[in-house]
Design a protein around this ligand. Structure first.
Ligand code: SF4
Length: 381
């Protein structure tokens, strides 16, 4: 049996964070109720599950993200987890992740998730400064994040914490204080995402109005480098630009994306890459429900991926991994030597000191890691 990755999108949150441009709605204000949405998702699960089974695939990793999946009521969450088991051909020991926010973690929720087989809980902590958390529109405090973490630690073999850097008013010293506290908690996995001001968000309006001050480029770079040094010293392997794990705890689901391997995304606006085609589900809730009610998959945009596009994607995604892109795997997959296909790009990036290679891999250099977007742009033809 071949193993693949499946993502389920739950587009509901308790409130909209000021920096967020993900496809998510405030649960109480949404034009679609979670009950109706889950009805559609259940139909999509049944269709895709049957397809996977008949093609001989099993689900090696399942990721329920959002949004905030744990904003669902217990009965809704139970129904969702039951449907995953009922319709998807789960492998015998799948990596099964659910995303959560600290305010939504209760003993009942963690018991339910753990009993269903969820073995990885990804918790959005973001920061431990209550003033900055409030400034981001987060609903929880640092103390609630700690309590949620401690509860999760008792129920899941792996807990992954998301933290943010480059926040308004944040300094490198403050980031290191946060990392010191969080490392003492002992999570198996940590992600450090630099804040991006996305167009159309409340944060973008605040920046525009001069109400918040973002750290300058030098400070952002210093945070990346100091954070990396600190986490490595605490035993975390830096394996992807923004991701760190204790040995044996890398996120297998996300590795599928970075290795440019096939995956299926289910739910509103979810993305898939399957049999050489990339597609996005519709982002409109009513269309999503109507198409599924008619027995159709809710596809919106589809792109056939040519071998050239697949090679570019493999470089751009694979260079996110700290160990880089394997020459042997590239050759096996495309029948070509990546050093020849991207000869020009490699030459100019090496001259700038942004990439390096050894006998087996091409990777971002220490200088290139924080400047990855410049490198990726070079590989986009
Ligand atoms: S909890 Fe996550 S998905 Fe929801 S609004 Fe905040 S950042 Fe966006």
């Amino acid at each position: 049996m071949m193993g693949t990755a499946v993502y389920l999108h739950i587009p509901f949150c308790q409130a909209k964070c000021f920096y967020c441009d993900f496809l998510s709605f405030v649960r109480t204000e949404s034009s679609i109720t979670p009950q109706r949405y889950l009805q559609g998702l259940k139909q999509e699960l049944a269709l895709r599950g049957a397809e996977l089974k008949s093609a001989g695939w099993e689900v090696a990793t399942l990721y329920i993200g959002g949004g905030t999946p744990t904003v669902l009521e217990l009965t809704e969450l139970r129904e969702l987890l039951t449907c995953c088991r009922r319709y998807l051909p789960l492998a015998s020991a799948p990596e099964w992740t659910v995303e959560a926010n600290p305010c939504t973690i209760t003993p009942e929720v963690v018991k339910l998730l753990s009993a269903a087989g969820v073995n990885r809980l990804s918790l959005g902590v973001q920061d431990l400064c209550n003033r900055r958390l409030a400034g981001l529109g987060r609903l929880h405090t640092a103390e609630q994040a700690r309590e949620a973490y401690l509860l999760c630690r008792d129920y899941f073999p792996a807990v992954a914490l998301d933290l943010m850097t480059a926040l308004p008013g944040q300094t490198t010293a403050q980031l290191l204080e946060t990392l010191a506290v969080v490392c003492d908690w002992g999570p198996q996995h940590l992600s450090l995402y630099g804040l991006i001001v996305e167009e159309g968000t409340a944060l973008a309006a605040q920046v525009e109005a001069g109400q918040v001050q973002l750290p300058d480029e030098d400070e952002v770079l210093a945070m990346f480098l100091a954070g990396r040094r600190y986490l490595q010293a605490r035993g975390y392997e830096h394996y992807e630009i923004a991701n760190y794990a204790l040995p044996g705890y890398r996120c297998r689901h996300n590795l599928t994306y970075w290795q440019n391997r096939p995956y299926l995304g289910l739910g509103l606006g979810a993305h898939s890459y399957w049999h050489g085609v990339r597609w996005e589900n519709t982002r409109d809730p009513q269309t999503y429900l109507a198409q599924l009610a008619a027995g159709q998959l809710p596809l919106a945009v589809q792109t056939v991926v040519t071998p050239e596009m697949a090679m570019e994607d493999t470089m751009i995604l694979g260079l996110r991994l700290v160990h880089g892109v394997s020459f042997a795997e590239f050759k096996k997959r495309f029948g070509q030597d990546l050093r020849q296909v991207f000869q020009q790009e490699i030459k100019s990036l090496q001259k700038l000191g942004l990439i390096e290679c050894d006998e087996h891999y091409l990777r971002l250099s220490a200088k290139g890691l924080p400047l990855a977007n410049l490198v990726f742009a070079e590989f986009l033809r």
